[in-house]
Design a protein around this ligand. Structure first.
Ligand code: ATP
Length: 144
């Protein structure tokens, strides 16, 4: 598929986190295929990403039709719906996508993702809380 070039990323879940991540990737010249099951989430990014599709990413057939299995890099930006996060992540692992990043909303959620074999599990709230603590202390050199 045209979007599945070398320097492209599929972002699944276009909530606040996924949306900001997808737009930042686009800003830096990376092609992005964005997927969200909510029509309004998909529509609000229409024209801003390389491709935006409304689809339920827990459905293997839907992902295959979008050539998601051909991507080298994927981000699972679904949090609250832990079941969906786990189902989508296991599909991506089964596709053999090498570089998978997944957002965790809790330590148990993150532990499951790590057990599945996700290379990069990120904890946005926790990480940002830590970073802001360094800012609050006025220690800019700690802000990494
Ligand atoms: P954020 O903090 O980034 O706004 P959130 O944790 O409040 O995220 P989530 O439940 O993580 O919200 O969902 C993020 C996005 O993922 C939502 O826009 C939601 O529609 C989408 N999403 C959830 N389940 C699926 C799914 N099965 N397929 C596609 N998109 C999904």
């Amino acid at each position: 598929a045209e979007v599945a070039a070398a320097d492209s990323v599929v972002v699944i879940g276009l909530g606040r986190f996924g949306q900001a991540l997808a737009l930042e990737l686009m800003d830096n010249g990376t092609d992005v295929l964005g997927i969200d099951e909510r029509e309004d989430a998909a529509q609000s990014l229409n024209g801003l990403l390389t491709h935006v599709v409304q689809a339920d990413a827990t459905k293997e057939e839907a992902l295959r039709q979008l050539s998601v299995h051909e991507f080298d890099r994927a981000v699972v930006a679904i949090g609250t719906d832990i079941e969906a996060s786990i189902l989508v992540t296991s599909l991506l692992l089964r596709f053999g996508i090498r570089d998978i990043w997944a957002k965790a909303v809790s330590d148990p959620h993150g532990a499951i993702l790590e057990q599945l074999g996700v290379g990069h599990v990120v904890y946005p709230e926790k990480d940002m809380g830590r970073r802001v603590a360094h800012l609050v202390r006025g220690r800019m050199q700690d802000y990494i």
